[in-house]
Design a protein around this ligand. Structure first.
Ligand SMILES: [Zn+2]
Length: 245
């Protein structure tokens, strides 16, 4: 397991590389003067932890984006409807969360269709499993008409490794900036630390004037935003989903 410093360097260099290599296709953060932060939750929905996260978000009047696994969504469709009913947003995290080499267009479109079946809308946002990027994945995202959403490297709490509530908390409150996209996990393992830390983080950052928005809301601040084939439709969808809140 690489050290924290090395992991951060890889993440930072990766961001610089991809922002240069595939400009406007991959979102890591946005530059904005608004004190907005986008929280994201991967690997759910989970029957225990997603509910807990939802309660915490509601308590702080916060919204977030949930990158769901198709198989999980199939098993817990009611959770998806609840999330969206509370003003949260759903993104695609593939059907079965395969490793990089096994990611296919089918993995992406299957997850799209289960989400569409439950919510009546197809997600625009895609987060590749494990946060791995390659030319192939960038191409798959383009072909399936998705924007890839990564996260801001200096606020990655690596909560999946269960580093402790205070580690998760301090990683984010010490490094948070307007326009950041924060990655958490509400599924895929025990997430008690995440639930507790998110509650504390929301409390602290709210006092600093931050508002917690979805990636779809945040994307409107993205200067490099260049949607794929059907820009007017995508813009309408994103504006519509923001206006619905
Ligand atoms: Zn994942």
């Amino acid at each position: 397991m690489p050290s924290d410093a090395l992991t951060q360097k890889i993440a930072r260099d990766g961001q610089l590389y991809w922002e240069h290599h595939a400009p406007g296709r991959i979102l890591y953060s946005v530059q904005t003067k608004k004190r907005w932060i986008a929280f994201t939750f991967d690997d759910g929905p989970d029957p225990i932890y997603t509910q807990q996260i939802l309660r915490v978000l509601k308590r702080h009047a916060a919204h977030a984006t949930f990158f769901v696994v198709g198989q999980q969504a199939r098993a817990y469709p009611k959770l998806l409807r609840e999330l969206v009913g509370e003003g949260n947003e759903i993104g695609n995290h593939t059907e079965r969360h395969p490793q990089e080499g096994r990611l296919t267009a089918d993995e992406i479109t299957s997850c799209d269709s289960v989400i569409h079946g439950i919510l009546g809308v197809t997600p625009v946002l895609l987060r590749p499993p494990g946060g791995r990027l390659s030319d192939r994945i960038v191409d798959l995202a383009e072909r399936t008409q998705h924007i890839i959403v990564m996260w801001t490297w200096d606020v990655d709490p690596r909560d999946w490794s269960q580093p402790g509530v205070m580690r998760i908390f301090s990683r984010i409150v010490e490094n948070a900036d307007p326009g950041d996209i924060v990655i958490f996990h509400d599924g895929g393992g025990p997430r008690t630390q995440t639930v507790k830390a998110v509650d504390m983080i929301l409390e602290t950052l709210s006092q600093q004037g931050y508002k917690f928005v979805t990636v779809g809301q945040m994307i409107k601040e993205w200067k490099d935003y260049r949607p794929y084939r059907n820009p007017s439709q995508l813009h309408t969808e994103i504006n519509q989903s923001a206006a619905d809140r």
